[in-house]
Design a protein around this ligand. Sequence first.
Ligand code: FE2
Length: 330
Amino acid sequence: MSRDQRSRGFVTRTYEVASPKVGRDLTLAFLADQHNVSYGTRNEPVLEELGRVAPDAVMVGGDLVVAARADNRSDAWKRPMVELMRDVAARWPVYYVNGNHEELLRALPAFARSRRFDGTYDGLMRDLEACGVRHLSNRGELLGEGSGVRVWGLELPVCYYGRHRVREVPEGLLREMLGPADPGAFNLLLTHNPLWFASYAAWGADLTLAGHVHGGVVRLGSRGLINPEHQILPPYTGGRYELAGSGGTSVMVVTCGMGTHSVAVRVNNPAELSVVRLRPVAGADAGGRAGGGVDVGGGAIGEGAGGRAQAPQHGDDANPRAQAFWGDER
Ligand SMILES: [Fe+2]
């Protein structure tokens, strides 16, 4: 089940996931795809909403910035995001992974003609570190005492983000990059691109948090029209999905994201702050699945790709404030 709540130009969607592997109730806020877009003067509405949600931790799924706008002669291209991360990390633990824009920024100096990209990636990472953000660059760590949750950050290099021709990410690549999933924990995989959910599930992710797709730009019912790989009606664009995984049922929450950049259009697709509530449950209550699976509850609807999609109950038609906001971005 998911719940929506409007809030000042974006909606808050709440997803509930129960598992016997989870040690205690945990609330996670999940932000992705800001692309240097601010709400208010200094993201006050985002901070207010986070305060209302009162998360145990904040997950940041990448694409804080727009790589093409990076410029080592000024901080303007990243300043709002560094300020946001500083303000959020001052109040909550923040876990972060790169998106394709940060990965592109890392790679750009090697082939860009302009020297203005030189040092911009390292500078951004230093800024995030100084904010107290925990950068999970292909590693995992326990979320907190008694949580039972190990959070992993998977950062795929920019070569795995293509248009039209998608490079496969097999499960073996995750094992190479991360090592094995923790058999004694609820494995939460924070990554940017939802496209390889089957590999994440096969690796052992109990829950994957991803973004990247911006809801598919145009929402057609529970589906999004297009993804950055230029697939039409791609499999994972926004909402909750489940697949059978090596650790039981594997759930993925895909946020529609907080910002946008070059295609500054959202139709029936407001920006989203996601909240995931994890709760412990006895094994028998988790649907009796072998391997201590995840109780995903709620009614399911089909969304292709072999996955079972549970559409958020949006009920959030065009939000005038959001429309004004996207108009400004254009
Ligand atoms: Fe992205």
